[in-house]
Design a protein around this ligand. Structure first.
Ligand code: NAD
Length: 516
């Protein structure tokens, strides 16, 4: 377990929940105050690279969540943000983008410590997070109401209004990026937000709350609550008065959340897991194909939803590809995340290491070949690490069909283009996929045929606030990013102005009298 209950005398820094205008109801478990009232309310956040405790957070109880959701609805009704002029929303969110850039070092430091991801990766990722606030600030400012070609002397205006109180539930792997993707869209559209980051990596997200407050977001518009998913996350998703839940996480979490959302008629966006195929055709050659595969597969030690976890390689280059791949993977530098030279950092916790090991055992049972890696490891004798691993397998194997969320990658020989496409689509997941080819026509053909919400051609992991992001099938529903995400945080009101039809239905009988 990465998290455990801390001792009362724990000297660790405590990171309180963020809800500036809300005082939790007093009760024996008043866990949302700055100073928790009992050790039982504390969750310890660990540094996965060392297994050392980093900080404590408060586990937010059901009574506090219920009161907070009611408070958030009152804030929405009062309208300090929901009815703020678009130019004001632009000003605040654009300012948040500036402040995020100014606080980069602080955010990177927290992300590296709590996720175990290498400093090089987090610096690159967080270097772009301000763009999400820039982009959605601009959408807020430039979004125009539409009108329809309504028949007759009628003007039908479609007004996009904010939904209300939205619950954002985020995972630990890209804490600030994923929180920002959801927050920037939800706030740009004028909603009040309650965000629950992962209990494994909440510290940088709490910092983001302070940054938004400093940028001028009215108090009461954003709250950030901590706690375990099975408790605080569940209490939040089950609370009455939510207009939308936007979840990024695993399928099991979606399955826990969806029934209540359905019962309460709460809108649900779900960004779930993946088993991204990396389709490598002969025209790119083995050397470049391997560079593509390394990038697709081992960023974040394979702990991203779009990890290139199935390498589908055309048989004409397969043998050479395999030989180069194994050599390069074995040479990847696993190390301490703070070290600038580290290429592969830690896994999030011991459970993640155990999960990788169990995939290896299953692969061996099924007769797959472990080409390199395959074992837990450590850095300076500490932390949760796993060797970068390549397993030669086939498309129906357990490894090919299930998300590892770690650096254990399936390598599959494919005989031709049709075989690559069929194998790519032979999955319950359909989130990301990449196609590597120098053949222009093939690039179009294969991109069209692949089942995935995001298909990259000669790229992987490419992401932009303007580019819709989200999966199909068991990878989820709805989109982050782009106009789609902004609009998913609004509801359309159809306002019909009549400037010429008299209410004469019951006055006269005759052709041309119109009621609808
Ligand atoms: P997780 O599902 O365990 O947790 C995600 C969040 O949900 C956490 O905040 C957790 O506390 C909360 N949660 C857990 N159970 C809950 C419940 N019953 N009710 C309400 N909230 C609950 O996922 P994780 O381990 O944090 O992240 C890994 C998963 O997320 C992987 O499957 C990965 O593919 C997926 N993911 C998807 C995307 C995407 O864009 N599609 C991005 C990142 C991660």
């Amino acid at each position: 377990m990465a998290n455990s209950t801390a001792a009362a005398a724990d000297p660790l820094p405590h990171h309180p929940n963020f809800h500036p205008s809300f005082s939790p109801p007093s009760s024996p478990s008043q866990s949302s105050s700055s100073t928790p009232s009992s050790a039982a309310e504390l969750i310890t956040v660990l540094n996965p690279a060392t297994a050392d405790p980093l900080a404590t957070i408060s586990a937010t109880p059901a009574t506090t969540i219920a009161a907070l959701v009611a408070h958030a609805n009152e804030q929405f009704r009062q309208g300090a943000w929901a009815r703020a002029d678009a130019s004001e929303r632009f000003r605040v969110l654009a300012r948040a983008g500036v402040l995020i850039r100014e606080r980069m070092a602080e955010l990177v430091d927290l992300e590296v410590k709590q996720t175990g991801r290498p400093v090089r990766e987090m610096t690159a990722q967080l270097g772009r997070v301000g763009e999400w606030f820039d982009y959605f600030a601009s959408l807020a400012r430039t979004h125009q109401d539409d009108s329809t070609p309504f028949k007759g002397p009628v003007l039908n205006v479609l007004k996009c209004q904010p939904l209300g109180v939205c619950a954002l539930i985020t995972p630990w792997n890209h804490p600030v990026l994923i929180a920002s993707k959801k927050l920037a869209a939800a706030l740009a559209a004028g909603n009040v937000v309650i965000l629950k980051p992962s209990e494994l990596a909440p510290l940088s997200v709490l910092k983001l709350g302070e940054i938004l407050r400093e940028a001028g977001l009215p108090d009461g518009t954003l709250s950030i609550v901590n706690g375990y998913g099975r408790e605080t996350g569940k209490f939040l998703c089950e609370a009455k008065g939510l207009a939308k839940i936007d979840l990024t996480g695993g399928l099991a979490t979606y399955e826990a959340v969806a029934p209540t959302a359905a019962r309460n008629l709460t809108g649900l966006t779900a960004e779930l897991g993946g088993k991204a195929p990396v389709c490598i055709f002969q025209s790119v050659g083995a050397e470049k194909g391997v560079r593509a595969a390394l990038f697709a597969s081992f960023i974040a030690a394979g702990q991203t939803c779009v990890t290139g976890s199935r390498l589908l390689v055309h048989e004409r280059i397969y043998d050479e590809f395999k030989e180069v791949l194994v050599r390069r993977v074995a040479a990847l530098r696993v190390g301490h995340p703070r070290d600038e030279h580290t290429q592969v950092g830690a896994l999030i916790n011991d459970a993640a290491v155990q999960r990788c090991s169990s995939f290896i055992r299953k692969a061996e049972e099924e007769g797959d070949v472990i080409l390199c890696g395959g074992k837990p490891t450590s850095v300076d004798g500490r932390g949760y690490f796993f060797e970068p691993t390549v397993v030669e397998t086939q498309r129906k194997s357990f490894l090919s069909c299930h998300e590892v969320f770690g650096p254990v990658i399936a390598l599959i020989r494919c005989k031709d283009e049709d075989d690559i496409v069929r194998t790519a689509n032979d999955s319950a997941f359909a989130l990301g996929a990449s196609v590597w080819t120098d053949d222009f026509a093939q690039a179009h053909r294969v991109a069209d045929k692949i089942d995935a919400g995001v298909v990259w051609v000669n790229g992987h992991h490419l992401n932009d606030p303007s580019s819709p992001w989200g999966g199909w099938k068991e990878s989820g529903m709805g989109k982050e990013n782009g106009v789609e995400a902004f609009e998913s945080y609004t509801k359309v009101k159809s306002v019909v102005f009549n400037y010429g039809i008299e209410p004469s239905w019951f006055d006269e009988v005759g052709a041309g009298t119109r009621y609808g």
